[in-house]
Design a protein around this ligand. Structure first.
Ligand SMILES: [Fe+2]
Ligand SMILES: [Fe+2]
Length: 297
């Protein structure tokens, strides 16, 4: 972890630089995920990795104290979050975050062109990006199973809300690109804080802790690449807009999940989002991920 190797994710870039970076990202993403299985919304390398985890499961030595509390609160919080133990809060919060992601990508998958109809490099990148997001939901599901939660359902939102999510990717780029970038940034910020919290909460379960970190790494490595990739869609004005969106977006999103405010420091997450420059990420993640050329010092 050397300091100042990378620059702020909000660093400006010229149209030429961005064009070259799209090309570079497209090369990277094909290597990284392997073959796209469009019908399954899956990628070969990610599928193999998940299979490895599933075939070599790790379990809690001491089962969850109160799985009923998880199942009662994971879709909607019913109890006073202060009455719940930290492990339950961590897991219900993680599910809620992943569920939002799942709803968003489900809507997008059906409304953007499939690979056969993707003619620009940006469209192709976006198709693979969505397939990766579906892999993340499977990895989150595996994280929950590792904690003994094998009855988790991925519950859709109300039909009206689902429709809104479906419209989002059809918006023109100048409206869609900045929130899409800030959402990815919010993901990386949350996953970094989540990783620290997993170490704390699973301190007496070293094997499960290590497995959860491995699963989360798989997700975070992709998300770091998504941050750079989505940033690459944005010109100088959009960069200012994005920076201004960090605080309201993070606040709105995390306020919706009571367990996040209970367990995490949302103010610090906002600060981390605004200051994000890749330097705080461990080397083993950087090696497998992707960073735009203009963010390298
Ligand atoms: Fe994701
Ligand atoms: Fe992402």
């Amino acid at each position: 972890m050397s300091k100042n190797k990378y620059l702020s994710v909000f660093t400006l870039a010229t149209t030429e630089q961005r064009k070259a970076n799209f090309k570079d990202y497209w090369e990277f993403t094909q290597q990284h995920g392997g073959e796209l299985f469009e019908l399954d919304r899956d990628l070969a390398i990610k599928r193999a990795r998940l299979k490895y985890f599933q075939e070599n499961p790790v379990n809690l030595k001491k089962p969850l104290v109160n799985p009923d509390a998880f199942y009662r609160n994971y879709v909607e919080m019913q109890d006073d979050p202060k009455s719940l133990d930290h492990m339950t809060l961590l897991l219900t919060g993680m599910y809620k975050f992943a569920r939002h992601e799942w709803v968003g990508i489900k809507g997008a998958w059906d409304s953007v062109p499939d690979m056969a109809n993707s003619h620009s490099i940006e469209d192709k990148i976006s198709r693979v990006h969505l397939a990766e997001e579906f892999c993340h939901v499977r990895l989150f599901d595996e994280m929950l199973k590792t904690c003994g939660l094998d009855k988790v359902e991925w519950v859709p939102l109300t039909p009206f809300k689902e429709k809104i999510y479906e419209q989002f990717p059809k918006f023109p780029g100048f409206l869609m690109d900045t929130p899409a970038f800030v959402t990815e940034l919010m993901g990386v910020t949350y996953y970094c804080h989540l990783s620290t919290m997993i170490d704390k909460i699973f301190v007496d379960e070293p094997e499960v802790c290590a497995r959860l970190q491995e699963l989360l790494d798989e997700i975070t490595i992709d998300e770091v690449a998504h941050v750079g990739q989505r940033r690459n869609f944005i010109g100088p004005i959009g960069m200012k807009v994005s920076k201004a969106l960090v605080k309201p977006f993070y606040t709105m999103f995390f306020n919706d999940m009571p367990e996040i405010g209970e367990l995490f420091d949302v103010e610090q997450m906002i600060k981390d989002g605004l200051a994000f420059d890749f330097n705080q990420l461990p080397e083993h993640m950087i090696e497998k991920s992707w960073i735009p050329s203009y963010c390298i010092a």
